[in-house]
Design a protein. Structure first.
Length: 525
């Protein structure tokens, strides 16, 4: 029967405590609960005297020590002279200080020799929170230890089978403790980390820091029943790993196996093959690019040849035409003996020579724009435009056009190619003078804005303008947009070539009979 004394015992519940134990603590004097467990249960006061025990505890004490116990007896005196006395006294004193803990100890009495018990010590506290005694729960864990031993032996046998491979083979429980591993793994860990591992060690704590978190994360997924395959690097080695869950007879995951092998050489070969493929792909790309470049070069060469043919034909024509006119006028002058007419012939010859000179200048500008190297120098934009305007004073229509120049941010430094800038400005300005509208109060407005990145120049006049159907061709070689053209047809072509060489942009807008606006944007180098 159960012995009772005092009032209800207040016992602190340990983490993970068995439901039977919780019920026992909460109802310490309930005979049914005390006797429903196979554990040995008792409680002592601060003098180590029994204040309660169940029948199972009394029976075991009787069997092992031959003593019949009663409430009030000393739980220590009956063990005097036995190996259990020392560790039990020590554990009880520890619990009386307020510590809840579990210990495992052997029993070496008679037929109970080589058996193991697990003892839980739970301090009993009074209303003032002071420890008044200890509740003790004892259970036989021998079978569990034997089972663990059997598992260990089984693992040892399995280990002997798998030692012939160079691959790493490891088995761990759900707490990451080694159940087994082969020598290949152990030797590799010793070589890489200098640490010797043993069964029962925590695999995560024994791994190098750089891969510990990766292995832990993969194992946690495996504990959920998910097989895993992954790769990782360790001290220069490239490893391929496979994780599989270990399940008991009920299908519950109890651990995981890890199979890993060194694939460093395979990776090197794969990398070499990949590099060869990339190199081959790069060479193919380069060949394709060269082919495209060659194709573009051939197309450009074809265009250049076409332009050259046009240039040769046009040059011959435009040089021969004024020369023929000059020769004709000279012959007429020889035939005409009237002295007053000779001045007329000379004026007409002068006009043809000027036209010839302008054409030759256009040809020189064409050669300079396309053949000379782009040289970037500091440019005074106002001075450059003013010089271009002054050089065009010889044009017949120059006095008829009022020119206005506005430049913003002149203090900002501007660098570009002086030669090409002069050619661009001169050609555009000269067109404004040549194709002015005699029925209007003619003007040419030049507005420029200099920034650290670009120069934006707008040329706007109220001349005769360009018909819409001609706008798309104004930059073609030898194209004349009006029957009144006085030039070679190279002016705007040369302007476009120069702007392209300077990596700029040009745009023309025009309304026939009202005027033309040309906008140029050039990078500030």
């Amino acid at each position: 029967m159960v012995k009772k004394a005092g009032s209800k015992i207040l016992i602190k519940k340990p983490d993970g405590f068995n439901a039977n134990r919780v019920a026992l603590i909460e109802n310490a004097f309930d005979d049914v609960i005390l006797e429903s467990t196979r554990e040995s249960i008792y409680a002592i006061n601060r003098n180590f005297r029994y204040i309660i025990f169940n029948k199972n505890h009394a029976r075991i004490v009787k069997l092992i020590y031959g003593v019949t116990i009663a409430v009030g007896d000393s739980a220590l005196n009956l063990l005097k002279g036995t190996p259990e006395y020392t560790w039990l006294r020590k554990d009880l004193n520890r619990a009386l200080k307020g510590e809840l803990f579990v210990s495992e100890q052997p029993i070496n009495q008679l037929e109970y020799r080589d058996r193991y018990i697990e003892t839980t010590y739970n301090p009993i506290r009074g209303k003032n929170k002071k420890v008044t005694g200890v509740a003790v729960f004892v259970r036989d864990v021998t079978e569990m230890r034997l089972a663990q031993l059997a598992i260990s032996q089984s693992n040892a046998m399995l280990s002997g089978v798998i030692e012939s491979t160079k691959d790493f083979i490891v088995a761990v429980d759900r707490h990451f403790h080694f159940l087994m591993f082969n020598k290949s793994y152990a030797n590799s860990m010793k070589r890489l980390t200098g640490i010797e591992i043993q069964v029962g060690d925590d695999i995560i704590k024994k791994l190098p820091q750089e891969i510990a978190s990766t292995i832990r994360k993969q194992m946690m997924k495996t504990f959920r029943g998910e097989p895993r395959t992954f790769e990782f690097k360790l001290k220069g080695q490239h490893l391929e790993a496979a994780l599989n869950p270990i399940k008991n007879s009920h299908g519950k995951v109890t651990g995981a196996t890890l199979f890993a092998r060194d694939i460093t050489n395979r990776k090197k070969n794969e990398r070499k093959l990949r590099m060869l493929n990339e190199e081959l792909s790069s060479q193919n790309w380069q060949l394709a690019a060269q082919e495209e470049e060659l194709k573009a070069t051939l197309e450009e060469l074809s265009d250049r040849n076409f332009e050259l043919d046009q240039l040769m034909y046009k040059t011959s024509h435009d040089l021969r035409s004024p020369l023929s006119s000059i020769l004709g006028l000279v012959n007429l002058a020889h035939l005409d003996s009237t002295a007053e007419n000779h001045l007329v012939y000379l004026n007409k010859i002068e006009g043809r020579i000027k036209k010839l000179d302008e054409f030759i200048k256009s040809m020189l500008n064409y050669a300079r724009v396309n053949r000379s190297e782009v040289l970037y120098e500091q440019i005074n934009l106002r001075e450059t435009i003013d010089n271009c305007i002054q050089e065009l004073e010889y044009l017949d229509n120059f006095p008829s056009v009022k020119t206005k120049l506005i430049i913003k941010n002149e203090e900002v430094s501007f660098k570009s190619d002086p030669l090409r800038m002069k050619i661009v400005v001169s050609n555009i300005v000269s067109n404004a003078y040549k194709y002015y509208n005699p029925y209007q109060k003619s003007y040419l407005k030049i507005q420029a804005v200099i920034t650290p990145h670009v120069v934006d120049i707008m040329f706007k006049d109220n001349g005769i303008g360009i018909k819409n159907e001609h706008l798309k061709k104004v930059f073609d070689m030898f194209y004349r947009a009006t029957e009144k053209s006085q030039g070679s047809g190279l002016g705007m072509y040369i302007v476009k070539q120069a702007v392209d060489k300077l990596r700029g942009k040009i745009k023309v807008k025009s309304i026939f009979g009202k005027g033309t606006a040309i906008k140029i944007i050039l990078p500030n180098n």
